[in-house]
Write a protein that binds this ligand. Sequence first.
Ligand code: ATP
Ligand code: MG
Length: 565
Amino acid sequence: ARPTGRYLHKDHQLWAPLTLADFEAINRCERSLPKNFNFAGDVLDQWSQKEKTGERPANPALWWVNGKGAEVKWSFEELGSLSRKAANVLIKPCGLKRGDRVAVILPRIPEWWLINVACMRTGLVFMPGTTQLTAKDILYQLRASKAKCVVVSEEVVPAVESIMSECPDLATKLLVSPQSQNGWLSFQELFQSASAEHSCVETGSQEPMAIYFTSGTTGAPKMAQHSQSSLGIGYALYGRYWLDLKSSDIIWNMSDTGWIKAAIGSVFSSWLQGACVFVHRMAQFDTDTFLDTLTTYPITTLCSAPTVYRMLVQKDLKRYKFKKLQHCLTGGEPLNPEVLEQWKAQTGLELYEGYGQTEVGIICANQKGQEIKPGSMGKAVQPYDVQIIDENGNVLPPGKEGEIALRLQTTRPFCFFSEYVDNPEKTAATIRGNFYVTGDRGVMDSDGYFWFVGRADDVIISSGYRIGPFEVESALIEHPAVVESAVVSSPDPIRGEVVKAFVVLSAPFKSSNPEKLTLELQDHVKKSTAPYKYPRKVEFVPELPKTITGKIKRNVLRDHEWGRT
Ligand code: ATP
Ligand code: MG
């Protein structure tokens, strides 16, 4: 009998599900994309079958804790039946139809995963946003996306109510909360009475599946639309090669629900491998809760932003015995080699960095089994041909700095975003000749390792020299006084622009004499890198401006230096 949510692939002779080998072959362009694909029907429901036949160890699919004693553990079977109920809530009482866009602004609560999978099952376009969005951000997103439905937790209700009269397409408002509110449908109430019978829609592989926002490090976040296969096949493969997951593993990916890293680490890549997604509700990052969690729960795999590791290495990590931790990952921002080395010295664990973008997924990474060169982002990740190019789209040789770019074949790679929603100019601007340009600058060495220099806009040009902020920041952080820093250009009457460092000091150095410490840091950088890169200006600050994902917003500091608002 034909199982629910499966179909006959054009390339298959039987009602056969896609295997991991098929996924890899598609990725290498050795097999064409199937006409239809749906991650819930084709991947999650397969794992649910494997649970029944004992082909998957007893390991939850989702393990959620809130740090206050509440806990949720779902198998793939339970995730299946609960997400079918959620699918019926979205289709029936909410009246949504395949292709409609659903803005989901929820904190890390189990319903986020249910609604995400329910959107896959019903062919709705899932559009997650962080709960830290302001009313203005929400207005922009709802209007630009013409979202039909918004799903929120109670803290977001006032913001939505203040702008909803300006969103003519918004037909349904769904509230996820134990309390009901006037004018809002209650997810909890509707869910109680919803049926668990639902057959998964046979979505086309290239049909839109989700819209993810870029981090907004350089301006307003862009809305990158992805298809069923870009996320469900392309991004899903990072679970095998970068996250190195098996179905017995438990991964704690700390990303907020609003960003692409949640899609990678907390949905597609982890679940393709049948691993358990661990979630801590933690409203705000706090190192003690973080370390407690790793010593209490059998987490095998950890993925977090570099800023988290920068904070952690300030602690005496040798005092903690992590229960099962084996594999640690980071990405989203450059990782300073000093932090990698300190983490390794204190925990005995390597730190595997990945470099990627919301638009195209992981571009380079240090993958298990490859030698790590501290400070490098590793080698190109399949299926990408990563090159360093100049402004005319010519490939530069190893050792030469230029823009990091992906060579395009005749067709757009299936794992690419399909577009920035309603912004064809911006979408077109990412292509230069035969290349997709990342907007980041770097160098490839003769072993094929990539070294990040900086975002193109962040590179400083002083007296004719090009200076990448990352190298200077990495030199500064080697000094015990420096927790982290941001290096930007600052105006100078003679040199045009000079290097300025904003520095956050470690506790023992907070009361040091600033003039003396400035000289000491300048000396340190002169010894550690080419002397012309040293920061001629240094300012000590209590903290750095960051995005919600924890990335340093150098543009805010730079604009301030140049008197721009
Ligand atoms: P926006 O495009 O809205 O300004 P963003 O570029 O930060 O924000 P993301 O798609 O989340 O949005 O991040 C991708 C960018 O993050 C990359 O282009 C790069 O600049 C930076 N990045 C990601 N990983 C790394 C890494 N390992 N090393 C250096 N930079 C990284
Ligand atoms: Mg970007």
